[in-house]
Design a binder for this molecule. Structure first.
Ligand code: ATP
Length: 315
């Protein structure tokens, strides 16, 4: 299948088996340029295995993947990808700055970029990255003295070396406290605003809901769905409580249509989109009923996920 101009990642029937166990089962995922794509699923769902295949760390048993128009692992593609999978293995006794300088040197040697990539360029790039991930003030401190949040941000910094188009981050907020998570979220949305396409895996619905443009939900190795967060959550429902109902209900039905309004024990349920809320409120008031409450109910991604997987383990 040709890769669309906006597609950064596209897989077809991507499968990885370990013996009898199918870790990733015929996954067809598409990541578009410039988006933050959330790869959401519980522990053991197959997220890391999929990401490892995208960067050529492991080969698929069957199926294909195209990343930046190339096969995974091709040097041309790898040059344009920044990866944070299972931590880059920093030296504990080196400072954050020196760790990045070492990595910058390795990356340039590995990519064969020798012209115009001397010490001065390399060091300037490291300073840019340190500032970008908010570690400029602590750059001289040894890695082992960093908090988990700082370690993770240095990991993102390492992924940013070489100014990649695509960032692949495996559980970047894993183990972080709420403040660390929020800093990481801010960093990731900033990176997308800078023009990076970001693929991140997570088992945290709230996080994905907050920062991702599109989501792929994976469970038991299978991609259950892929869509925007709002599509996944579905249309909002409006709930209206009014008195007397005999006046309010017919008035609401006249505005949204007979099929979109239903009388329930909790009140009038309107399934006509959140944009109809002002018209519904006006209809109730003009019917001479008292408007007691108008509430917009939206499903959380969590509810959607549970419906989709019908599994007992919370993620
Ligand atoms: P987690 O958040 O726990 O890392 P995940 O969604 O990233 O979960 P994977 O690490 O991709 O899940 O694992 C998917 C399944 O494949 C798991 O059942 C895991 O035990 C299995 N698996 C992964 N790597 C191997 C391997 N090298 N050998 C055997 N089984 C493996």
């Amino acid at each position: 299948m040709p890769v669309g101009a906006g597609d950064v990642v596209r897989t077809a029937e991507l499968t990885k088996r370990y013996g009898d166990h199918t870790a990733v089962d015929a996954v067809a995922m598409t990541v578009r340029r410039g988006e933050i794509y959330g790869f959401l699923g519980p522990n053991g769902a197959g997220k890391t295995t999929t990401l490892r295949m995208l960067v050529g760390l492991i080969s698929p048993t069957s199926g294909t993947a195209t990343v930046l128009g190339r096969h995974p692992g091709e040097p041309e593609a790898l040059r344009r990808i920044g990866v944070l999978i299972e931590g880059p293995g920093f030296y504990p006794y080196l400072s954050g700055r020196d760790n990045l300088r070492v990595l910058a040197r390795y990356r340039r040697i590995a990519s064969g970029r020798t012209v115009g990539s001397g010490r001065r360029d390399r060091f300037a790039e490291v300073e840019d990255v340190l500032a970008r991930v908010g570690l400029a003030d602590r750059a001289e401190d040894r890695f082992r003295t960093y908090s988990l949040g700082m370690k993770q941000r240095l990991g993102v910094g390492a992924a940013l070396l070489g100014r990649p188009d695509l960032l692949i981050l495996d559980e970047p907020t894993n183990g972080l406290d709420p403040a660390g998570m929020s800093e990481m979220r801010e960093l990731i949305t900033g990176l997308a605003a800078d023009g990076h396409t970001v693929v991140l895996s997570s088992h945290l619905l709230g996080e994905v809901q907050e920062i991702c443009d599109r989501v792929g939900v994976i469970s038991g190795g299978r991609l259950l769905t892929e869509s925007t967060v709002s599509e996944l959550r579905g249309a909002a429902t409006i709930l209206v409580r009014a008195e007397p109902m005999e006046k309010a209900y017919p008035a609401v039905r006249r505005v949204v249509g007979d099929h979109a309004a239903m009388l329930t024990a909790a009140g009038i349920r309107v399934d006509a989109g959140r944009a109809t809320a002002p018209a519904v409120a006006r209809a109730v008031i003009e019917s001479d009923a008292n408007l007691l409450e108008l509430r917009i109910d939206e499903r959380s991604l969590e509810e959607v996920f549970f419906e989709m997987t019908k599994q007992e383990n919370p993620i």
